[in-house]
Design a protein around this ligand. Structure first.
Ligand code: A3P
Length: 319
């Protein structure tokens, strides 16, 4: 089946999730061809859950010994240029790109929006590490809706919050259903000898320093005592903070292109172009309370309760 998301994009229901039709061919190709290395690091998220932030944090932490402080690439590049999506940035139809040395530094660091169940098998069969970041569904929905309402152009006609809310509750959004995505990674992260670090946006907002240490440890590059004394953790947190990143020239101007021009199932060739400033809005936990009506909140709270029942996972709705 096919549907139109509240973002205006066409979606296909594929392998149990809603895949934007513009990237479906690339997704299939990625699943078929991507060869993971044991040393790879993969950032997995649903859109609008803090992907840009996690890309910056992971890049800055993982590669900190490979560039001089004054030449931090994050000062001159948008995080999406530095950490590409394997599920749509590299695969053009059924081609198999050479990704051996395609990242600036080693080990390779990529990003993905695919749900856990649809990850390329080579990722599951390898020892590569996955950092997953989720966010509470209310802020995710508002971020999603605001993001696409700001985009203009063909295929991006905004819809009302009522419509967006209804679709989101039914699970119809890019790479959703939301709860399936989160729970897929959550359950996998709970398995014995899991290679997934499961993080929540709200926790990072609350205490970034301790989460950066956790992240560094997980990535296999723990901060040394010397680094901690020198304030390296605080420096990374500050460099990657919303306040700092949104004011960088590179993030205020220009647009980010995702994917090579891809032939979609409608036969048209398209890329996915987004103004960089659109990735930075408010970055607040609980902003949903400025938008959702009491009955919407009630319905979403019930949905959270029903979906997370006995999973051991909880969401933080307020800061
Ligand atoms: P809001 O729309 O609530 O402001 P993604 O990167 O997955 O598209 O997620 C975008 C959300 O992350 C937006 O949320 C955006 O403002 C927020 N964000 C972007 N950069 C951030 C940063 N450095 N720190 C915290 N949040 C950030």
């Amino acid at each position: 089946p096919k549907d139109k998301s509240f973002t205006g994009m066409n979606l296909y229901f594929f392998q149990g999730f809603w895949c934007p039709s513009i990237v479906l061919k690339a997704v299939i190709s990625c699943q078929k061809h991507f060869q993971a290395f044991d040393s790879d690091i993969l950032i997995a998220t649903l859109p609008k859950c803090g992907t840009t932030w996690l890309k910056a944090l992971t890049f800055a932490t993982l590669y900190r010994s490979q560039f001089a402080r004054e030449n931090n690439p994050l000062l001159t590049y948008n995080p999406h240029s530095l950490v590409r999506f394997i599920d749509y940035d590299f695969y053009l139809n059924d081609t198999c790109p050479d990704l051996e040395n395609c990242t600036l530094y080693q080990p390779r660091l990529f990003s993905i929006h695919l749900p856990y169940a649809s990850l390329p098998t080579s990722i599951k069969d390898s020892n590569c590490k996955i950092v997953y970041l989720c966010r509470n569904p209310m802020d995710t929905l508002i971020s999603f809706w605001s993001f696409f309402s700001r985009l203009r152009g063909e295929g991006f006609e905004p819809v009302s919050l009522d419509e967006a809310f209804e679709m989101f509750c039914q699970g119809i959004n890019e790479f959703g259903p939301f709860f399936d995505h989160v729970l897929g990674y959550w359950r996998a992260s709970q398995e014995k000898s899991s290679k997934i670090l499961f993080l929540q946006y709200e926790d990072l907002k609350e205490d970034i320093n301790s989460h950066l240490k956790k992240l560094a440890m997980f990535l296999g590059v723990p901060f040394t005592e010397e680094e901690e004394k020198q304030g390296v953790v605080e420096e990374i947190a500050k460099n990657c903070s919303f306040e700092n990143m949104k004011d960088l020239e590179v993030n205020k101007k220009g647009a980010q292109t995702f994917g090579y021009p891809q032939e979609t199932f409608s036969g048209k060739t398209k890329t996915f172009v987004i103004p960089r400033e659109a990735f930075f809005r408010k970055a607040k936990t609980g902003d949903w309370s400025n938008y959702l009506t009491p009955s919407m909140v009630d319905r979403l709270e019930k949905l959270i309760q029903e979906k997370l029942d006995n999973s051991g996972l909880t969401f933080k709705l307020f800061s």
